[in-house]
Design a protein around this ligand. Structure first.
Ligand code: T5A
Length: 235
């Protein structure tokens, strides 16, 4: 073993992931947190990269379109996990690791906890299989902080469907799953947070967007104080 790559040993920025069920408000909160982190009054402008999974790079976005169309569903959760892993490999190599190496803060809408929850806990894949995949694909580029936006799936799905109707799009492969699938997801994300309290913070996502944003800032300020623009803003 040669030890951790230099980007992990000296990560002046930070790698923050957002996780949770459908319509939990991850995209909304990433936009708000990015604005807060960029406008750091005490420390000057900071590079903040916002991205998402599956996707985040041109090749990974093509895999996203395929997997969310449901093309791999008949092949089962392992085939889908491999597609998410293939997208993640490219995303890490072309966007996440170079950004972290430059000292940027990377905010990512979903990451490997989603594979654990969707293909693992809800899809039925064994945790050992996913842990092995995660070791190979993610390696040491694990998030510094994971914010889990938690809310009853009925509320998240209603929000997602309302948004889809307004945009005239149909629910994707996973949004269309039964309520019981989404309940297993919620339990899975909570279990991840309980198992890894040093990395994860659970945020009550039922609150209005401003209150969620405040809780997100407070968590970032508490866990990664070098990123907080100013103590007063995080109160
Ligand atoms: N997936 C992904 C896997 O199965 N395995 C994996 O390894 C990975 C990486 C990705 C799908 O792929 C699966 C999981 C997903 O099913 P996606 O389109 O990226 O699909 O979908 P999601 O990540 O689920 O994101 P959504 O776009 O559905 O929801 P968000 O981003 O959590 O929510 P957001 O911010 O778009 O908000 C939804 C609506 O609610 C409103 C917003 O204005 C919006 O209309 N809203 C609120 N309303 C009231 N109160 C609040 N606090 C609100 N916050 C937002």
């Amino acid at each position: 073993m040669t030890g951790a790559p230099a980007e992990v040993l000296a990560r002046p920025g930070g790698f923050i992931t957002f996780e949770g069920g459908e319509g939990a408000g991850k995209s909304t909160q990433i936009t708000r947190l990015a604005a807060w982190l960029r406008a750091g009054p005490d420390r000057g402008p900071r590079e903040v990269v916002t991205t998402r999974e599956p996707g985040g790079s041109p090749r990974a976005e093509r895999i996203r379109a395929a997997v969310l169309s449901g093309i791999a569903k008949p092949h089962g959760p392992f085939a889908e996990a491999l597609m998410f892993a293939a997208a993640r490999l490219d995303h890490l190599a072309t966007l996440i690791r170079p950004s972290l190496a430059r000292g940027a803060v990377v905010l990512c809408d979903r990451f490997s906890d989603s594979t654990r929850a969707y293909q693992g806990a809800a899809g039925g894949l064994e945790p050992e299989t996913l842990a092995a995949l995660e070791r190979v694909v993610v390696g040491p580029t694990r998030p510094d902080l994971t914010l889990i936006l938690d809310l009853p799936p009925e509320i998240g799905l209603a929000r997602a469907r309302q948004r889809d109707r307004a945009a005239a799009v149909t629910p994707d492969r996973f949004e269309a799953e039964a309520l019981e699938f989404h309940q297993r997801l919620r339990a899975a994300f909570r279990a991840i947070a309980e198992a890894e309290p040093g990395r994860c913070v659970v945020i009550d996502a039922q609150q209005p967007p401003d209150a969620v944003a405040q809780a997100v800032r407070a968590a970032v300020a508490a866990r990664l104080p070098h990123l907080a623009p100013g103590v007063s803003d995080a109160a």
